[in-house]
Design a protein around this ligand. Structure first.
Ligand SMILES: [Zn+2]
Length: 322
């Protein structure tokens, strides 16, 4: 089951942190502060704009081979579900998404000549059909960065433990031998959108943020929620989170089905291909790390609404306990 989907990222999206005293990777993020490049918005302001090659869902659909060609409406719904998966409320922590996506299909996509290339023109995320030269169901997302600090979604300006994303070209393989089901297409796109907002592959070695990873019990320690431990005002110095180097083979363990696994895209019994919201606690944690939200949605039936003051109070308490 894990063999059918593959993807990769051309760049290591989580950068190494050179600053003394900082234990967690810096990361690349879209800037919460208005930023323009060549007259185009390149920030979270107005939502992260995206367009598809061909300028319409019908034209984009028709660039791929299908087991059973979906209707335009079903294809559009699959694309929209891939975006919605990243902006849904984290069901475990209750943390909301601090960003949104905005379709801009009238913007013509601009990319380089081959699979995985990137140009800054076009929408903020250009989604293109591109021949990878193999018949794998896969994508390749490339990210251009400004190399300058960002304003965090929590309002912290000039956050130096990060770098602003300038443009993304998200390629999905349209080799004639790559024949998609709608579910497989949606999963590939959902995974690649993770790269488009700054997440890396979890199984490519190197840096992995977690609270309690233990190689002797990977299923329980990689599946628990840690989004609430992220310090919204300084994610790279969150107390209780650490940077782990985890063997790629760990992610083949039964019961570990993370969307951001490059090998298999987390498809497994605990995260089936039909899952419309395939983010796990790990991806929700990384979303909170890159785009810290100060908004927690109350449990059903609760009248408690977390405000900034209360949330900060909780963080101080957590520091004292640690
Ligand atoms: Zn990937």
């Amino acid at each position: 089951m894990h063999a059918i989907l593959r993807t990769s990222a051309a760049f290591l999206l989580i950068g190494t942190n050179a600053s003394a005293g900082v234990t967690l990777p810096a990361g690349q993020r879209w800037d919460a502060e208005s930023r323009t490049f060549n007259g185009e918005d390149r920030s979270l302001v107005g939502g992260i704009s995206f367009s598809v090659e061909g300028g319409s869902y019908a034209a984009f659909r028709d660039q791929f081979s299908w087991i059973s060609t979906p209707s335009v409406g079903d294809f559009q719904s699959a694309v929209e579900s891939a975006f919605a998966a990243w902006t849904t409320v984290d069901p475990t922590s209750g943390l909301a998404s601090a960003f949104s996506f905005t379709p801009s299909l009238s913007t013509s996509v601009v990319t380089g000549p081959s699979f995985g290339t990137v140009r800054f023109e076009g929408a903020e995320i250009d989604i293109v059909a591109s021949d990878a030269g193999t018949n794998g169901l896969l994508g390749l997302t490339t990210v251009l960065g400004f190399g300058v600090p960002v304003t965090l979604t929590s309002g912290v300006a000039n956050y130096t433990q990060s770098a602003a994303i300038q443009a993304v070209d998200l390629h999905i393989n349209n080799n004639p031998g790559a024949v998609y089901s709608l579910n497989a297409f949606r999963r590939v796109l959902t995974h690649e959108l993770g790269h488009a907002i700054g997440l890396g592959d979890v199984d490519q070695g190197g840096q992995f943020i977690d609270d309690n990873y233990d190689s002797s019990s990977p299923v329980s320690t990689l599946n628990n929620s840690w989004a609430g431990l992220v310090d919204p005002l300084d994610p790279a110095n969150s107390i209780g989170l650490n940077n782990y180097s985890i063997s790629p083979s760990i992610f083949a363990t039964t019961g570990i089905d993370l969307l951001m696994e490059s090998n298999g895209l987390g498809v497994g019994a605990s995260n089936p291909l039909s899952n419309l919201f395939p983010l796990t606690n790990d991806e929700y944690g990384m979303r909170q790390y890159l785009y810290p939200s100060l908004v927690a949605v109350p449990e059903p039936g609760s009248s408690v609404i977390l405000g900034l003051t209360l949330l900060l109070g909780n963080l101080r308490m957590r520091r004292k306990r640690t």
